[in-house]
Design a protein around this ligand. Sequence first.
Ligand code: HPA
Length: 259
Amino acid sequence: MNKAANLLSEAQNRLNKISAVAPEAAVILGSGVDVLNNLSESQSYSYKELFGIAPSVQGHKGSLELGRLSGKLIAVFRGRFHLYEGHDFETVTLPTLSLARWGVPRLYLTNAAGAINADFSVGDLMLITGYRDHMSPKWKEAGGLQAVKAPVVNCENELTAMINAHSLRRGVYAGVLGPCYETLAEVQMFKKLGADVVGMSTIPELQAAATTNIKAAAISVITNSWNNAKIHSHLEVVAAAQAASQRLDVILKQAILSI
Ligand code: HPA
């Protein structure tokens, strides 16, 4: 067994010990996203104890919270691993794959993203309906033709039902390796390629989820906008994600309670 497969089966054993019954839904939180607090019967486990490693990025707590939302058992992964931290695809997808093995049926991925679409503003929330993969070395090594890969996002889900009620945007997420933000030329390229937002995560998790029975949906918090020449920072991204978290909290709770 290779290292990642070992880590996955160890994580699976730990999760099964924590609860023999799989949660009804799980959420993975991106940079600065702070939602689903005040779960009842809540227990917390560090990524270090679950996966043997901790996220290194500010705004990523690195803990799994297991608790109940109106009686429903849910799992909240507070923070994620990124390719730009030097982790491989297998490590980045450990939380997603371990949730799938646990038997969790629904996964909501969240992330912070920069707006490419000029109609989008900081604080907007966007349901990801497709993506452009400019980040996954795994697929590049395999010789995949990235630009035409069909989106694997499950577009019809509980979040779709909320587009009108909560003024959700919908659009295409361009994933880049990072960790630096885009040059003006890259922003112009993404605009031409039809991307609405750009970020550094989520695509590996969507791709991994698509190989399992877990149904994944993803939502971006627009934390910065590329409609001006301003240089953006991670601190700004984290602060904007925190500011939008209250709205996202309402939406996620509604989605989870509707399943
Ligand atoms: N670019 C890439 N990743 C990001 C951005 C961005 O503008 N904002 C938040 N994550």
